[in-house]
Structure formats: C-alpha cells, structure tokens
Design a protein around this ligand. Sequence first.
Ligand code: UDP
Length: 333
Amino acid sequence: MKKDAAILVVGGAGYIGSHTVRQLVAAGRKVVVLDNLVYGHADALVDDAVIFIEGDLGDRAVLDRVFTDHAISAVMHFAAYAYVGESVTDPAKYYGNNLAAPIVLLDAMRDHGVEVFIFSSTCATYGNPQYVPIDEQHPQNPINPYGASKLMLERVLADYSHAYGLKYAALRYFNAAGCSLDGLIGEDHNPETHLIPLVLEAAAGVREHITVFGTDYPTPDGSCIRDYIHVNDLARAHILAIDRLRGGADSFKCNLGTGIGHSVKELISAAERVTGKSIKVVLGERREGDPPELVAAPALAKELLGWEAEYKDLEMILKTAWAWISGPHKGHF
Ligand code: UDP
C-alpha cells in the first residue's frame, strides 16, 4: 500500500456512503469520492478533506483518470439503485447500473492494480426467507431484479477473486436506518419509499399519514418485521472490513444486522414516543414482494470483524433520524 493512499468511495454522496465517508475522515483516512449525483447529494460531503469527483462508475475514462491521478488502495462501492418496485418495471436500469457498471469498475481496478473491494450487498439476495434469523448459509433466491442484480455481482466478485486475486467483502445489509448524531447528514431519497423517513415525516406533519402495508402477515401483530440497522454501524463495519482484507484475510460475505426484529406497528408506536407526536395510521394492503419477516443472524460479522450493532434500541435509532428530519438541514421546519 502506498503511504498516503486513499480509499475510493463510489457513491460516497449517497445515504450510507456519506456516513461512511465521515467515519473514514474522522479515522484519519484519505478519501476520494466518485458519485454521479443522480441520487447522491453534493452537500452530504461535509468534510473539506474529501476529494470529490463527479462521474459515473461505468465510465472507464473517468475511472482511468481517478486511478491515475490518485493513489487508491481500496474501493468501497455504494452506488446502486435500490428501488425494488422500479427494478421490476425497469430491470434494464438495475442490471445496467448495479451489475454492468460495477464490472467496468472492477476491470479498471484490476488494470490499475487495486485489489481491495467492499461491496454493499443486501438481504434481498436471500429472497423469501425459509427460516429466520437468516444466516449466510441461507439459500439465495432473490425475488426481484434488484436482489438479483446484487447477487449476480456477488458471483462476479467470487470469480474475479479466484481468477484475478481480487480481495472483497460482500456486506449484506438488512434495513439501513438512522442518521448522523449531529443531524448534519441523513436519509434523503427522492422519491422516499422507506418506512422510517415516511413515519417521521407523518409525525412532522409533512405527510398526512403513514400506511401500514399489510396487517394479515403471520407475525404477532400482523405487520411485517424487519431488522433496522443504524447507518453508523454499517459504516463502521466497512472500515473494519477494509482493515481485515488489508491484513491478509480471505474474501468474505457476511450479514450486517442487529439480530432484532421490529414490526411496522411497533415502529410507529416507538416513533410516537420519540417525537411526542401522534401519527395518523392507515391500515393498508400488502405491498407486493414484501416477505413477512427479515431478521439477520449477525454472528459471522462478530467473528470476522469483531463487529456488532451498537444501536440495538429502536428508539435510539429513531431519535437520530428525527434529529435529521426535524433539524435545519433537511429543511422541514
Ligand atoms: N412499509 C409500510 N409502509 C410504508 C413503507 C414501508 O408499511 O409506507 C413497510 C414495508 O412493507 C416493510 C417495512 O415497512 O415491511 C420496511 O420497508 P422499507 O421500504 O423501509 O424497507 P424494505 O424492507 O422494503 O427494504
């Protein structure tokens, strides 16, 4: 590794990428961000030390310039499209951006001698769970093009690792949640489809109500159960993963979750407690493609990375999200 080598964070202006960039900078790492700003926000890059390049991860000319101009020792890749419904209606967009484009990135890495790659994979690669909590041995049968595109890239990584010596970590996130503790950056999707921002925007009066998608699931209160993992916990795991691979460990794949499930209804009640507001709830139909329960078995991440979630309390997670949504930066008030 070159002495002052930087970590290239692709998609560093997005939700999870920008939180990871802040942690990298706080840990004294040099960071170069590549982001096309389609879904990312330039103002999510709050540290002056970060070198920002606007460009696309599938653009080989841009990549050659990045790898030539900067001493890059490792790449973190966050720049995926993640709207499950859209992936069903426009799969070309998902296979193009989530599969074909990162292959261009991997080829550029290989040609420039960069070997370490951290990939944002997802529990959506498992498909409908056959059992919970879901461990890494669970069969991977994604039920939509989004999950399929992520699984296919996992397979590409395994083959590149075998053939070209790539060292990679595929980190399978459960439900990313929460925001930075100072409320400076946070979750800002457009359109927003995720439960926590929608619930909190209903609490803030920005939305009229929250709809519970399905109340007849085989769960204790009939609503879906998810494993909400704080974005700062996710970010920390990425840094540990880079350090593990640089230390000579083999490539690996592991879940990142708390191991604790919360139902949609529980989450809405917790949001009312955290915000002190009452939230109007509409009981709605199931959303297509939602498994009843997704909860991680997180033991492997602990074994490999010494990592476990610090934010195990849902109210704590919601407090950080509320700090962002009700604070001056998001601009709702
Ligand atoms: N959900 C809901 N109402 C909404 C948005 C989401 O009831 O307006 C539910 C959704 O069915 C799922 C959970 O909240 O069970 C989390 O959904 P989200 O879209 O945040 O993440 P996903 O689990 O799809 O990755």
